[in-house]
Design a protein around this ligand. Structure first.
Ligand SMILES: *Cc1c(COP(=O)(O)O)cnc(C)c1O
Length: 387
C-alpha cells in the first residue's frame, strides 16, 4: 500500500496546456494580447452569457462586480456565512457593510425562507441590501429562479459566486448564463474545476455592466472615443473616466484558461463519477453524505461529509495523520476575528455553525484515481471506527 499524500483538490495540467502557455511566452504579447479576449469569448459562449470580463482572481471579479453595481458607502451586501471570506470582503472594499443569510440545512446554500424573512424585516426598517451574493457551494447551484423572484421583488441585485461551479447546470441551464442575476463570478484557482493558476471571470448579459467592469479592471482608462467624456487631444490619447485598478489577467493565464476550457466537460464528468462512487462507497458509514436538489447537476468542486460534532476533530486529525488531505469549507465568515470586531458573534447563524462543527471535505479532483479514492474511503472507515 502506498502512503503518498492525497490532497483534497488539485489541478489537472496536460502537455497541451503546457504547450499553450509556452507558445504564448514566445509570442509578442504577455499581457493585453489576443488570448484573454479569446478566453472570454469562449467562456461566454459556453455559459450562454453575452459578456465575460477576465481578471486576476475571483476576488477581483467580485470587487469589480460590486463596483459596476455602484455599491458604496451606506449600502449593504448580504451573502452566506459558509463561504470563502472573499464573498463578503468585496463589500468592504467598496465601503459598504456586510450581513449574512443562514444556509439551508440540506443543500448548504442560501436558505430561501431566511432570505425572504430577512428582506421583509430589512424593508420595514429601510435597510434593504443593494446586492445579495448567493454561493453555489461545492458546485451545486442555488435555486436561482426562486432567489431572483424574492430578491427582485425588493429591488435587490444579485451577484452569483460561482467559484465552485463552472460546468454545473440547474434546471438544464448552465451556471453563468445570468438569467436570474446581474453578474456571475467564477474562480480559476488551482483547486477549482479549471485553472489559470490565479484568475477569475465575471459574466453578464448587460453590456453596460460589462463596460463598467472592463474599466474597473484597468485603471478606469478607456481608449474608445465613444466612451470619452472629453475630446481626445490626439492619436496617442487615452482617458481615465473612473477609478479602477490593475486586475488584468495575463496572456499566459488566458492561454492556459482556453486550453483548460477544452477539458471542462471531461473534468466535470470525472468529478460526477467520483461523487457517485463516494455516494455508494460511503453509504454504510455513520456520516451524512451531500444531498442534491433534483433540479441540480453539480460540477462537484467539493465532496463534503458531515460526522457527529463530538467526533469531528478526531476524525479530521486521524485522516490527516493517514495522509488524506482533508479540509474544511468553510469557517463561518462572521466568526473570523476581523468580522467579530465589526460586531458579529458566534451563535448568530446556527445552520452555518452546526455545518462547520461537522463538515469535512474529502479528496475530489479529476485526476483522483479509483484506487486513491478507495484508500480515502478505507481511512475514513478506520477513523470513524477508532473513535
Ligand atoms: C475560491 C473562492 C473565491 C476566491 O477565488 P480567488 O480566485 O482565489 O480569488 C471566492 N469565493 C469562493 C466561494 C471561493 O471558493
Amino acid at each position: 500500500m502506498t502512503n503518498t499524500f492525497i490532497p483534497y483538490g488539485r489541478q489537472n495540467i496536460t502537455e497541451e496546456d503546457i504547450e499553450a502557455v509556452v507558445a504564448t511566452l514566445r509570442s509578442d504579447y504577455l499581457t493585453q494580447g489576443p488570448q484573454v479576449p479569446a478566453f472570454e469569448r469562449k467562456l461566454a459562449e459556453m455559459t450562454g452569457a453575452a459578456h465575460a470580463v477576465a481578471v486576476n482572481s475571483a476576488t477581483s471579479a467580485l470587487h469589480i462586480a460590486c463596483m459596476a453595481l455602484d455599491l458604496g458607502v451606506g449600502d449593504w451586501l448580504w451573502t452566506v456565512p459558509n463561504t470563502f471570506v472573499a464573498s463578503a470582503n468585496c463589500a468592504l472594499y467598496c465601503g459598504a457593510q456586510v450581513d449574512f443569510v443562514d444556509i439551508d440545512p440540506t443543500t448548504y446554500t442560501m436558505c430561501l425562507d431566511a432570505l425572504e424573512a430577512k428582506l421583509k424585516a430589512a424593508d420595514a426598517v429601510g435597510k434593504l441590501p443593494k446586492i445579495i451574493v448567493p454561493v453555489h457551494l461545492c458546485g451545486q447551484s442555488c435555486d436561482m429562479e426562486t432567489i431572483s423572484r424574492i430578491a427582485r421583488s425588493f429591488g435587490v441585485k444579485i451577484v452569483e459566486d460561482a467559484s465552485h461551479s463552472i460546468g454545473a447546470h440547474h434546471q438544464g441551464r448552465p451556471v453563468g448564463d445570468c438569467q436570474y442575476s446581474e453578474i456571475t463570478v467564477f474562480s480559476f484557482h488551482p483547486v477549482k474545476i479549471i485553472t489559470t493558476a490565479e484568475g477569475g471571470i465575471a459574466t453578464t448579459q448587460d453590456a453596460s455592466l460589462a463596460r463598467k467592469m472592463d474599466l474597473a479592471r484597468s485603471h478606469g482608462i478607456t481608449r474608445d472615443p465613444g466612451q470619452m467624456t472629453h475630446a481626445p487631444d490626439g492619436p496617442w490619447y487615452y482617458q481615465q473616466i473612473s477609478l479602477g485598478y490593475n486586475y488584468r489577467m495575463t496572456e499566459l493565464q488566458g492561454a492556459l484558461g482556453l486550453s483548460q476550457l477544452k477539458q471542462l466537460q471531461t473534468f466535470v464528468t470525472r468529478r460526477r463519477q467520483l461523487a457517485a462512487q463516494y455516494d455508494d462507497l460511503l453509504s454504510g458509514l455513520p456520516l451524512k453524505r451531500p444531498a442534491q436538489h433534483p433540479d441540480s447537476n453539480s460540477s462537484w468542486h467539493l465532496y463534503v461529509v458531515r460526522v457527529a460534532a463530538d467526533r469531528h476533530t478526531a476524525v479530521f486529525e486521524a485522516l490527516r495523520a493517514a495522509g488524506i488531505g482533508v479540509n474544511l469549507h468553510y469557517i463561518p465568515v462572521h466568526t473570523h476575528p476581523y468580522y467579530q470586531a465589526m460586531g458579529f458573534a458566534p451563535g448568530q447563524f446556527p445552520q452555518a455553525e452546526s455545518y462547520y462543527a461537522e463538515a469535512i471535505s474529502i479528496p475530489l479532483y479529476a485526476g483522483l484515481s479509483d484506487a486513491d479514492q478507495r484508500r480515502v474511503v478505507q481511512e475514513l472507515t478506520n477513523a470513524l471506527a477508532d473513535q
